[in-house]
Design a binder for this molecule. Structure first.
Ligand SMILES: Cc1cc2nc3c(=O)[nH]c(=O)nc-3n(C[C@H](O)[C@H](O)[C@H](O)COP(=O)(O)O)c2cc1C
Length: 182
């Protein structure tokens, strides 16, 4: 087996085991792992290599709790996260900022899984808080992020504190695959 084939196999195993993790242990994530996750974000491909994203790392529990208020539902992962990364993106630099920001977020999610850590995407763009305020505005205000920056999501991280079974490959939705034409 070539090195390439071994790597491919490991990635596929990771994809089968990966899950969104919403409950984390009350233990910090070591600094090397945080750095590796941030490197994954900075390694993300982007259209025309514009790299329009910027990332805000938040460890402070009080700030994480305030960020959780940016939406009425869906922010549970923030309540026990060891840290979170807010994925901001300059909407003036490219018309495909959603894609660019999303790819960076997913790479952090996969990198965390590869490190044996849990993570979860918390949607911010197109969402609202309990009073109807835009979640993006709420997050920008809390963290002092400039107005031209869109906020795609917040990715939470921590040591896994819930049981998730690997995906059964026999249950994949092959009916969604069309060969040659629809
Ligand atoms: C674009 C996107 C937005 C998501 N938003 C949230 C969210 O706001 N809160 C949350 O707990 N999970 C969120 N998730 C995680 C999904 O709920 C999760 O990926 C899905 O249920 C499948 O579960 P799995 O990741 O364990 O396979 C989001 C995922 C994606 C890709």
């Amino acid at each position: 087996m070539t090195i390439h084939a071994i790597i491919m196999n490991n990635l596929h195993q990771l994809l089968l085991q990966r899950h969104s993790i919403r409950r984390y242990k009350d233990t910090p994530v070591d600094a090397d792992a945080v750095k590796t996750i941030l490197e994954a974000a900075l390694l993300a491909p982007s259209s025309k290599s514009v790299r329009p994203w910027q990332f805000v790392v938040v460890e402070d529990k009080e700030t994480l709790a305030r960020l959780a208020e940016c939406r009425q539902f869906g922010t549970k992962p923030l309540s026990s996260a060891a840290f979170a990364v807010v994925v901001a993106v300059d909407t003036t630099l490219t018309d495909v900022y959603v894609e660019d920001a999303s790819i960076a977020a997913v790479l952090m999610h996969l990198q965390a899984a590869d490190l044996g850590l849990g993570s979860c995407w918390v949607q911010v763009r197109n969402r609202f808080d309990a009073s109807g305020e835009s979640s993006e505005v709420v997050v920008r205000d809390i963290l002092g992020i400039p107005e031209e920056m869109g906020i795609e999501c917040i990715v939470t991280f921590g040591h896994i504190d819930e049981e998730r079974r690997p995906v059964d490959p026999d249950k994949l939705l092959w009916e969604k695959i069309h060969i040659g034409r629809w």
